[in-house]
Design a protein around this ligand. Structure first.
Ligand SMILES: NC(=O)c1ccc[n+]([C@@H]2O[C@H](COP(=O)([O-])OP(=O)(O)OC[C@H]3O[C@@H](n4cnc5c(N)ncnc54)[C@H](O)[C@@H]3O)[C@@H](O)[C@H]2O)c1
Length: 321
């Protein structure tokens, strides 16, 4: 492998252009705002037209050069069109955040999950990232510089949450997709390195417990992925999850979304593949998983966010959706 340290990457974001999928709210909008405050042009992309419009106007009201492009990341032609519109508007693209995501909507054990949940989760969280890479990386390579930031999660990226805050089995769909995001970003990193380019790949593990729409993704379930099974339990809200923690004696403290945006900007400027916050006790899952693999021992590291497993898990840090 090439020694990438010798190849200088982007050190100044001013005047450059960032594209952020899932930009209508949550982490995506926070990334857009932070990029704008760094002096970048910002293209926010989302499948939800109205919230996207609101998010874009909020950035423009702050004096940020921002445009919104309605985009469905599950549809490659839509992502290609996003790339073309970004180039038409700003002439170049330097940072691409494949951040759009859909959360835990499944109920029961994984063999009971609705196939529509698997298809929706895989299409948005995995193929959406693949589409972003396919549409944008050739542009970045042509320019000779740029950064691809794929949003992962400790839930799956490290190990799946087995039991969720509501006590039952947690969705298997979401962590499976985030494990895929980590794996494909590692491949992207190595493939870019092989070409000798200054284009970089990064994987984002958003820090802490975040107050975003992902907990209630079911509110915007596309018709194309309509449920095919009758639900036995109501959909969960963020309030339900917070109440689940409270019942277990843990008060949820939300991490400001600006902290996640800091992770990304700092990570780009420092050329850091692992865009993570400072080490926390939750990182212990990585050590336990590695130990389990190396000792050929059955999994004893899987995350129980209420800390009821044999190996007591830190509660909040592991509850990444
Ligand atoms: N909130 C957390 O605690 C947390 C933790 C770890 C990782 N993440 C990840 O962060 C990313 C952003 O999520 P968030 O927490 O800001 O939630 P969010 O729901 O506020 O944002 C996700 C955005 O993606 C958009 N989206 C969904 N399907 C889309 C599609 N087909 N095409 C385009 N856009 C689409 C949604 O409309 C929404 O605006 C996701 O990938 C999520 O998995 C979130």
């Amino acid at each position: 492998m090439r020694d990438h340290v010798t190849i200088a990457t982007m050190t100044d974001l001013r005047g450059k252009t960032a594209v952020v999928t899932g930009g209508a709210g949550g982490i995506g909008q926070a990334l857009g705002r932070r990029f704008g405050r760094e002096g970048m042009n910002v293209v926010l992309a989302d499948v939800l037209a109205e919230p996207l419009d609101g998010a874009t106007r909020a950035l423009a009201d702050e004096g940020i050069e921002a445009v919104g492009v309605v985009t469905d990341v599950t549809d490659y032609s839509s992502v290609e069109s996003l790339a073309n519109q970004a180039l038409d508007r700003f002439g170049a693209v330097h940072v691409v955040c494949n951040n759009a995501g859909t959360g835990a909507v499944s109920e029961g054990y994984m063999w009971e999950h609705d196939l529509a949940d698997w298809r929706w989760g895989i299409d948005v969280n995995v193929l959406g990232v693949v589409h972003g890479i396919k549409a944008f990386v050739p542009i970045l390579l042509e320019q000779g510089e740029g950064h691809v930031v794929n949003t992962c999660s400790g839930n799956g990226g490290f190990a799946p949450i087995a039991r969720g805050a509501l006590g039952g089995p947690a969705t298997a769909v979401y962590p499976m997709t985030k494990a895929a995001v980590l794996c494909l970003t590692e491949s992207l990193y190595s493939h870019l390195e092989m070409t000798g380019t200054r284009v970089r790949a990064h994987v984002l593990f958003p820090s802490g417990f975040l107050n975003t729409g992902i907990w209630e993704s079911w509110r915007h379930r596309p018709q194309r992925y309509a449920a095919t099974q009758q639900r036995r339990t109501p959909e969960h809200t963020l309030a339900d999850v917070v109440a689940g923690f409270a019942a277990a004696g843990t008060r949820v403290e939300f991490t400001p979304l600006e902290t996640v945006a800091d992770q990304v900007v700092d990570g780009i400027l420092a050329d850091r593949f692992w865009m993570m916050g400072p080490p926390t006790p939750a990182d212990g899952v990585v050590t336990r998983k590695a130990a389990s693999i190396l000792a050929r021992r059955n999994p004893d590291y899987l995350i129980d966010v209420l800390g009821q497993s044999a190996e007591k898990q830190p509660a909040i840090e592991g509850e990444k959706r």
